[in-house]
Design a protein around this ligand. Structure first.
Ligand SMILES: [Fe+2]
Ligand SMILES: [Fe+2]
Length: 255
């Protein structure tokens, strides 16, 4: 038996899921894009769930600090490239930029070269949508795109660090690969919490699919691997608390 308050919260969460499920092809990428998108839903505004979600999102979403002019130029190129891809390009681009922001913060905490980490994050999922067409794993495609664009632009040693980190990123990297460890943690952290709901639900088309995406995010929070870097723990805890709140309400909206 659930009380009226829980029912109202669950209804509001359902409206949130519905609003997040854009299909991933509209240009909703940055945090302010999401603020504007959610602000258009009167029901979310009335219930306060939109504000609650934006507060969590602002807490989790690390600002994107683009370390060098080369990184800035390649970010523009990556954005233009993804915009031409069929499929949920905005979901992929948003994820890449959030991972770059988080990985950059981890790099600054751990004294890892910020350009190396930024470029690793930028290319790690750049081949995500091409994987479906080509059958080549996106980690391999991302490494190839990085080799294509970065050869001659940065040292061979730095390029190798980047491509190895990209190739291994679906798995846990060896302890000595610091850039790969920053990417690993930033990538996994983006899949849970409020950013996790954006990541999983924004590419969905309707509320039924959105529920599957939310379930997956909760499962990922439940089974979250031990972070590779100690600094990641500070980012992990609020996301796990957010997941517990969503878990309490989700059964009512995603039976
Ligand atoms: Fe990936
Ligand atoms: Fe990723």
């Amino acid at each position: 038996m659930i009380d009226n308050r829980t029912r109202r919260q669950s209804d509001s969460l359902r409206a949130l899921f519905d609003t997040l499920a854009t299909g991933g092809r509209e240009p909703i990428v940055e945090i302010e894009d999401w603020r504007d998108h959610l602000a258009g839903n009167r029901r979310l505004n009335r219930s306060g769930v939109g504000r609650w979600f934006m507060t969590a999102l602002r807490h989790e979403w690390m600002p994107l600090d683009i370390p060098t002019p080369l990184c800035a130029a390649l970010t523009d190129d990556a954005t233009s490239y993804l915009e031409t891809r069929p499929g949920p390009w905005a979901t992929v681009l948003g994820h890449i930029l959030r991972v770059a922001g988080t990985a950059g913060w981890l790099a600054s905490q751990r004294g890892i070269d910020e350009e190396t980490v930024y470029l690793t994050a930028l290319y790690h999922d750049l081949g995500k949508l091409d994987e479906w067409d080509t059958g080549v794993p996106h980690a391999e495609l991302g490494a190839r795109y990085a080799e294509r664009d970065l050869t001659g632009e940065i040292s061979a040693r730095k390029l190798l660090t980047i491509t190895e980190a990209i190739r291994v990123h679906p798995d846990r990297p060896p302890p000595s690969w610091l850039a790969a460890r920053a990417l690993h943690d930033a990538d996994k952290l983006d899949k849970i919490g409020a950013t996790g709901l954006i990541r999983r639900i924004s590419k969905m088309e309707d509320i039924e699919e959105a529920c599957l995406g939310a379930d997956r995010t909760l499962y990922e929070a439940e089974t979250f691997p031990r972070p590779c870097l100690a600094a990641s723990t500070a980012l992990l805890q609020p996301k796990l608390a957010f997941a517990r709140t969503v878990e309490r309400l989700i059964d009512e909206i995603c039976p």
